[in-house]
Design a protein. Structure first.
Lengths: 335, 407
């Protein structure tokens, strides 16, 4: 494990780089990085549920869509400032996720995956029914937020910083949650829920709460995406989005906070590379990438980096006796 | 002043000057065009739920290859850059920003789908990049006042709805009209055009409106309801799957109204044959293109040229897929605009030329249909002609309907 100090240095360095990007990259690249951060927030949400708590979800695209539509409808119908719509989307998705989590308690593993999948299938169609609010399949056209207080930033730069700020806050909150008492309870339920209950963990409550918080993170991501794209439509949130988020969380590293960011980079850029490599069969290339990543990095990108770090340190201090820091035999539990 | 401070001051000064100069420079140079090349951007759903339409993006690429093989246009080869957006608007936004900002295309052409185009509508007009001949039947692309950089292509659904209304009023003024429509924007656009076209008379004549969801398994009960309403005219606003069901069911229960079928489902191969040619006899639709599965065009020059082109440049494309004819037509229109732009391929002039097409004929449009645009008219094809199915082919009848002239 990295020491606390080293971790802080790495995080601060990454933040410094992130803050410098808007002044070195083109607006288009910046837009892509904004997308990466949005995906990272959503993936962290999914990761809490799947990686830490062991509940599968193939339906997080639905929460993403709900968050996006809450934000879009507030902006479109009531002219609410986009900044307010983000926490509202988060809270409402928390409630929806918690409520969905209650019946989902009775479902385990693959059955839960199917139940959530049905959510992903249903939401885009349900959105079309409330045409008065959602604009039907035509969607809602929004305007892109611009920088306040006359800050010398263009809309892309401003949105980048807003997203980065939300990301930092949510990751900080998420890290505190997962590394503390609550996090241990969540992981304990995943590893052995009977043992966890014997220790006094309220399994049902924690599972539902994890579902709620997970949905809230994804909903916030959706709300940010509504502003970044400046348009929402049911077609934006098809089933593939849910699967993409799951791919991101597995490739990045399940049960890893930094993994969410790596996973987000993967789902943002690898499909584009695949398209650059082969116009004829980009998804076949994407599949090859997936398999290679899974084969080379069975614990995701975050897991692979951790292994490399451990090895590098061990070779430097070779005299240190074999400690418990051998290759993990199960999914790593924190980063 | 320390060295570092001096350095910073210089950098800042250069930055400010650079920023001040940047717009001036880009306004002078012609984006996306060199002496030997013009870059054209496109997005299409090569994957995802609408991937059946992806063939349009491919046939366009094949046609541009033919143009390049023949020497290009005004000495320039077309560099056609097309990306997959999977029919997902966020991906469209990303890919279009890549085309405009990173690839620096001269213009965007035939981006496909109403939601994907809605997502980039504002952006294209803010960037002042031509957004030409979009592949969607929605009505909003003809809005030169608010969106002077976006232009549609095909007749929109409302126009077509008005064509049927005009025919009903002319030939069946005392009819009872029953309508079946898909409950979404597509269906409602048709319905609005039809009801607008009927005007006051519609309130009296339309006796029943039934709708269905695209997810419904069948529409049998709606057809029975329509029959029981006593309707003598049936306006059928359905996509191919349901059109087949509707034609069959009406035939099976012995309901024989004057049956108007929307153009969306006018294909012989995918609708009329599966529904049964006997049951399809007497159907009326509005056409603007030559139906490629219709035997009457077999020896038509436009059709045979298209077949020859398909065999040489796009052999994997299906010859019974109307989308391949559609893409061929619109690609030709694009090259006509490029030719017209001559030696000034700036974005302003490209848009100006696209908005000054006069009586242009395309090989796979019906004879007599001409493309016309003007600075106040961004709807290139506004003519359609009614046709009746005689059990073998679509037989054109009546006058050419021209929405622009409102006849």
């Amino acid at each position: 494990m990295m020491s606390r100090g080293t971790r802080l240095v790495v995080v601060l360095l990454a933040l410094a780089v992130a803050c410098a990007l808007p002044f070195t990259l083109s607006n288009f690249r910046l837009f892509q990085f904004t997308q990466v951060y949005i995906y990272a927030i959503a993936i962290l949400g999914l990761n809490m549920l799947t990686g830490y708590n062991g509940q599968f979800s193939l339906g997080h695209g639905a929460f993403y869509a709900i968050g996006a539509y809450i934000s879009a409808i507030m902006m479109d119908r009531w002219n609410v400032h986009y900044g307010w719509t983000i926490p509202v989307a988060g809270v409402l998705c928390l409630v929806v996720g918690f409520l969905f989590g209650l019946p989902a308690l009775r479902l385990e593993g693959l059955y839960l995956a199917l139940a959530t999948f049905s959510l992903a299938l249903a939401v885009p169609q349900i959105l079309k029914y409330f045409e008065h609010w959602t604009g039907g399949s035509q969607g809602l056209v929004l305007s892109k937020p611009s920088a306040p207080f006359g800050l010398p930033l263009n809309p892309d730069q401003w949105l980048y910083f807003v997203t980065l700020a939300v990301l930092v806050v949510l990751f900080w909150l998420g890290a505190n949650l997962l590394r503390g008492r609550v996090g241990r309870a969540i992981v304990a339920i995943r590893d052995n829920h009977i043992a966890a209950e014997a220790m006094g963990v309220n399994s049902a409550l924690y599972k539902s709460l994890t579902f709620g918080v997970s949905a809230a993170y994804t909903g916030v991501a959706g709300a940010l995406s509504a502003s970044a794209i400046a348009y929402v439509a049911p077609d934006s949130f098809n089933v593939f989005l849910s699967i993409t988020l799951l791919i991101g969380s597995v490739i990045g590293g399940l049960a890893s906070i930094s993994g969410a960011i790596f996973g987000a980079f993967f789902i943002q850029f690898v499909p584009n590379w695949a398209q650059d490599i082969s116009k004829a069969a980009p998804w076949a290339i994407f599949g090859v990438f997936l398999i290679v990543f899974m084969y080379v990095m069975p614990f995701g990108i975050a897991g692979a980096i951790r292994l490399l770090w451990i090895r590098a340190r061990r070779s430097r201090v070779a005299q240190v006796p074999e400690s418990r820091e051998t290759a993990p035999t199960q999914a790593p539990t924190s980063s | 002043m320390t060295f570092a401070r001096k350095f910073l001051a210089v950098v800042a000064a250069v930055g400010v000057v650079g920023m001040a100069l940047a717009p001036a420079v880009s306004a002078q140079t012609v984006v996306g065009v060199t002496a030997t090349e013009i870059k054209i951007g496109n997005t299409n759903p090569y994957s995802g739920p609408a991937s059946a339409y992806g063939t349009i993006g491919k046939v366009i690429g094949a046609y541009f290859k033919k143009v390049n093989d023949e020497g290009g246009i005004n000495g320039r080869k077309i560099n056609y850059i097309t990306y997959d957006d999977g029919y997902a608007p966020p991906k469209t936004v990303e890919m279009v920003r890549k085309l405009v900002e990173a690839d620096q295309v001269a213009l965007l052409f035939q981006t496909l789908g109403t939601p994907p185009n809605s997502a980039i509508h504002k952006y294209m007009n803010q960037q002042k990049v031509p957004h030409l001949f979009v592949a969607t039947g929605a009505t909003k692309w003809n809005d030169p006042k608010n969106f002077p950089w976006t232009m549609g292509f095909q007749p929109n659904y409302q126009t077509e709805g008005r064509v049927y209304a005009a025919d009903v009023l002319k030939n069946h003024p005392n009819a009872k009209v029953g309508i079946l429509y898909q409950n979404d924007d597509y269906g409602k656009d048709y319905l609005k055009g039809f009801e607008d076209g009927m005007g006051e008379a519609g309130k009296k004549l339309i006796v029943m409106k039934q709708s269905y969801e695209v997810t419904d398994p069948t529409i049998d009960s709606q057809i029975v309801n329509l029959k029981n309403s006593g309707a003598t005219v049936f306006f059928n606003i359905t996509i191919p799957k349901f059109a087949v069901q509707a034609i069959k069911k009406a035939h099976d229960i012995g309901w024989k109204p004057v049956h108007y079928l929307n153009n969306v489902s006018s294909s012989l191969a995918t609708v009329l044959k599966p529904a049964g040619l006997e049951a399809s006899k007497g159907l009326i639709t509005a056409l603007y293109m030559k139906e490629v599965t219709d035997p009457q065009w077999r020896n038509d020059k436009g059709f045979t040229d298209w077949v020859a082109f398909m065999k040489k440049y796009y052999p994997e494309g299906a010859l019974d897929d109307q989308a391949n004819a559609y893409g061929y037509n619109v690609a030709i229109l694009m090259t006509i605009v490029l030719k017209q732009a001559g030696n000034d391929p700036s974005r302003e002039n490209l848009m100006k030329q696209a908005a000054s097409l006069k009586n242009v004929e395309l090989p796979l449009l019906l004879p007599g249909i001409k493309v016309n645009t003007s600075p106040t008219d961004f709807a290139p094809i506004e003519q359609e002609q009614l046709a009746r199915f005689n059990g073998e082919k679509w037989e054109l009848y009546g006058d050419m309907f021209d929405a622009f002239r409102k006849n």
